[in-house]
Design a protein around this ligand. Structure first.
Ligand SMILES: Cc1ncc(COP(=O)(O)O)c(C=O)c1O
Length: 412
């Protein structure tokens, strides 16, 4: 299938429109994966025992990858990651679906921040009750979550050995999709207490946590601490054990085509996963590919590629931001994220973003994601826009941002 056709299959536009809703890496980046994979494959085949490599793997995932990945993440996150907490998945979305299937059942509630990049149909298809939690400009409002967990406590079912939590909270605390913001330390600490008080699990999407551009020049500082790192034994009630699972993926830092990722979970959750019938029968995801990825990391190829991605994305973020600041009217609010791939704009309330999108596509050859796509509350965030910097180079982004600003200016 030609690349253009594949992209239409993924729901993207034809080549004339610069579509700033696309959040996957561009083709130039992906060409860069080839060398790393070639080297990794050769190294893996030369160093690993084929009798192990081509066998079914351990339930938790390839041990070599768990170890090299733990070292890599410890360096990138700037916080300790233990290989014993890692579980290899077929990507972060597959990890999420696995947790849903193993630990929860139809009718259980999932609490989701009112601005979320997650496709909520993953949850509704499984029969979960989706409860939307209000957010403000700083992210999820902890007191609102506390109230909603109380309101929905009638949904509590008896905890079973297999399903110890009656519901879960899905969120993103670092360079969040769609706003690019990170949750403050104070809110992260408060959240852990709330999860433990209500005995719910939290599934945190940390797939953008390696993409930090904090500090204006490379080497960049690591991202804020992931929520998993706040969940220490000294926080809150210990009755339900630790309560945070972190989802990670090679899709955002290497290649989405490989469909490989990980989850980082406390032992009390990992035990349930490893002993589930699903993992016993269908587990040990991507064992051979894990061997190759372990070599890619060991050879320094992942670090090399991620450094390139960060420098490139940082340049793109600056280019988009400079163009927007220069050309947007002052009525439009925006703040520069410290990492990730998203920029969030808040336009005056009276402006209808869906109409703007039509004009932008037809007259200015530029597309974006309307804010309402990320909310489950009707008519909310109708005046907001998400832009992605992942898919086009600085020059194209800068010119597209200027055209978008002109279109906005015309309608204010
Ligand atoms: C924020 C975010 N979460 C999840 C994903 C999906 O990851 P995966 O391909 O590992 O399912 C992506 C992919 O780009 C992403 O940007």
């Amino acid at each position: 299938m030609a690349a253009g056709t594949l992209f239409q299959d993924l729901g993207c536009y034809g080549s004339d429109v610069v579509d700033l809703s696309i959040s996957s890496q561009d083709f130039v980046f992906l060409h860069g994966c080839k060398d790393g994979m070639e080297l990794g494959t050769m190294h893996c085949l030369a160093t690993q025992d084929p009798g192990n490599l081509f066998q079914y793997g351990p339930r938790q995932g390839n041990f070599e990858l768990c170890q090299t990945l733990a070292n890599f993440l410890t360096e990138e996150y700037g916080h300790q990651v233990s290989s014993e907490h890692l579980f290899i998945t077929g990507g972060s979305s597959q990890g999420l679906v696995l947790l849903c299937n193993v630990l929860f059942q139809s009718g259980d509630p999932v609490f989701v921040a009112d601005l979320t990049g997650c496709s909520l149909d993953i949850f509704s298809d499984l029969g979960f009750k989706v409860v939307s939690v209000p957010s403000d400009e700083n992210g999820l409002i902890v007191e609102e979550l506390d109230k909603l967990l109380k309101v929905h406590s009638y949904r509590k079912r008896p905890a079973t050995e297999k399903r110890p939590f009656w519901g879960f909270v899905y969120l993103m605390t670092i360079f969040k999709n769609p706003t690019g913001h990170s949750l403050s330390e104070e809110r992260c600490n408060a959240l852990i207490n709330i999860f433990k008080k209500h005995k719910v699990l939290c599934v945190c999407d940390d797939t953008l946590a390696c993409l930090s551009y904090a500090k204006s020049n490379p080497p960049f500082k690591p991202a804020p601490k992931r929520l998993f790192g706040y969940d220490t034994s000294s926080t809150g009630s210990e009755e339900c054990g630790n309560v945070v699972v972190s989802l990670g993926s090679f899709s955002t830092i290497f290649s989405p085509g490989l469909r490989i990722g990980w989850l980082e979970a406390p032992q009390n959750v990992l035990g349930h996963l490893k002993n589930s019938s699903f993992v016993r029968h269908v587990g040990s995801s991507q064992h051979y590919l894990s061997g190759v990825m372990s070599s890619v990391i060991e050879l320094g190829e992942l670090t090399k590629r991620l450094s390139f991605l960060k420098i490139t994305y940082h340049g793109r973020l600056n280019a988009v931001f400079d163009a927007l600041v220069q050309h947007l009217p002052k009525e439009v609010k925006l703040s520069k994220p410290q990492g990730g791939v998203f920029v969030w704009l808040t336009l005056p309330e009276k402006l209808n973003v869906n109409e703007l999108l039509k004009v932008c596509r037809e007259k200015y050859n530029v597309g974006f994601s309307p804010g309402s796509e990320f909310s489950s509350t009707p008519n909310k965030f109708n005046n907001c826009i998400r832009l992605s910097i992942a898919h086009y180079n600085e020059k194209i982004l800068s010119s597209a941002a200027e055209r978008l600003a002109t279109a906005i200016m015309e309608r204010i």
